[in-house]
Design a protein around this ligand. Sequence first.
Ligand code: SF4
Ligand code: SF4
Length: 97
Amino acid sequence: MTDCRPQCGACCIAPSISACAALPQGKPAGVACPHLTADIRCALFGTPERPDVCTSLRPQPEMCGDSAAEAMATLIRWAADRTARSMIAVHSLLSVQ
Ligand code: SF4
Ligand code: SF4
C-alpha cells in the first residue's frame, strides 16, 4: 500500500472537485483547495465535512509517483485525458445526428 507523501498536496491542487457541502462552488483544476493548510495538510481530515471524493481517494503509485511534481503532472494529464475523452464522445454524438 502506498502512503500519502507528506508535503505533497498534488491531489488537493491539480484536479477539479464538484460542488459539495465543504466546497459550495466546487474547486477549479489547478487551484489549491481552500481547506489545504499552509503546511500542506487537509484541515477537514477526520471530520464529516471532508468531501466524500477526498475520503475515498487512496494514494496509489500510478497517481502519486515519486514526487509532488510527478503527481501534479500525472493528475493534470489525467484531467486532460478525461476532457479529451468527453470531447470525443460529444463529437461522435454530433456526427451521427
Ligand atoms: S498525490 Fe498522492 S502523495 Fe500527493 S497528496 Fe495526493 S495522495 Fe498524497
Ligand atoms: S478537502 Fe482536504 S483532502 Fe479534499 S481537496 Fe481539500 S484539502 Fe484536499
